[in-house]
Design a protein around this ligand. Structure first.
Ligand code: UGY
Ligand code: MN
Length: 246
């Protein structure tokens, strides 16, 4: 391993953080015996959700999170299986699942896998039933266009349904394409760079980012991205959604 000279691209501020692979700290969690966990966003940094990478060793498994916590997971590498309501779902790369709070399930991996996991306290909308579980693969999803721009492919991984209190999307950028303006909004984001790279503006700083990087954007963090390079950039992005800011 190369000796560190005390440098990293990671940067942690009050309203945003960039967490790069060179500064990952692995830990264990009781809910994921035998797996290595890299916590990327949590209340300690100021986030109202938790996001982490799980490196599942072959033969490991995990059960549902604590009461009241909903879970989304996305397969980044390898293969996993989700056992839900008596059915076993084989999950390959870009496979994902949404498990409503209180839904019993088991995630296992025979050969090893790397997952991105997002968890949050579910906020029920009065008068609505909670969301239903969902298992799919992003490769099966239709591709829309952000703001009608054909250089900005967009996939929505969760249904547009008020029962859901969050959104998870995959946003794509052809080389040279960018967000149309610097966004400032009350919603937070957890973002995993899946492919390619570019420049992310967060608050008044500009960062070069590439596949494997994670970004937390807190409420009202000014944000903008422009893709650089010869291949499309893509990111998986969480945001709180469908609920009043109060
Ligand atoms: O949906 C969003 O807020 C998204 N456009 N934000 C982002 O890419 N930083
Ligand atoms: Mn945004």
């Amino acid at each position: 391993m190369r000796q560190s000279l005390g440098e990293t691209r990671s940067s942690v501020g009050t309203r945003h953080a960039l967490i790069c692979p060179d500064s990952h700290e692995r830990t264990t969690l009781p809910g994921w015996p035998g797996s290595q966990i890299i916590i990327l966003a949590s209340p300690q940094i100021g986030a109202k959700f938790v996001e982490y990478f799980v490196e599942m060793a072959p033969g490991t498994k995990a059960g549902a999170p604590a009461a009241g916590i909903e879970r989304f997971f996305f397969v980044l590498e390898g293969e996993a299986a989700l056992s839900l309501d008596g059915e076993n779902h084989a999950m390959t790369v870009e496979g994902y699942a949404f498990l409503p709070a209180g839904k019993a399930h088991t995630i296992s991996s025979a050969a090893g896998a790397k997952l991105a996991v997002i968890e949050r306290h579910y906020v029920r909308l009065e008068g609505t039933a909670g969301p239903k579980p969902l298992v799919n693969n992003a490769r099966n999803l239709p591709v829309a266009r952000l703001k009608g721009d054909d250089r900005l492919p967009l996939q929505k991984l969760l249904p547009e349904d008020l029962a859901f209190d969050c959104e998870v999307n995959i946003m794509g950028f052809e080389p040279g394409a960018s967000l149309h303006y610097v966004e400032t909004h009350f919603m937070e984001h957890g973002l995993v760079m899946l492919d390619g790279g570019g420049v992310y503006r967060l608050d008044n700083s500009w960062y070069s980012v590439s596949a494997g990087d994670f970004i937390w954007m807190g409420p009202f963090c000014p944000q903008w991205f422009g893709a650089i390079g010869r291949t499309n950039a893509r990111y998986l992005i969480y945001k709180n959604w469908n609920r009043t800011p109060f």
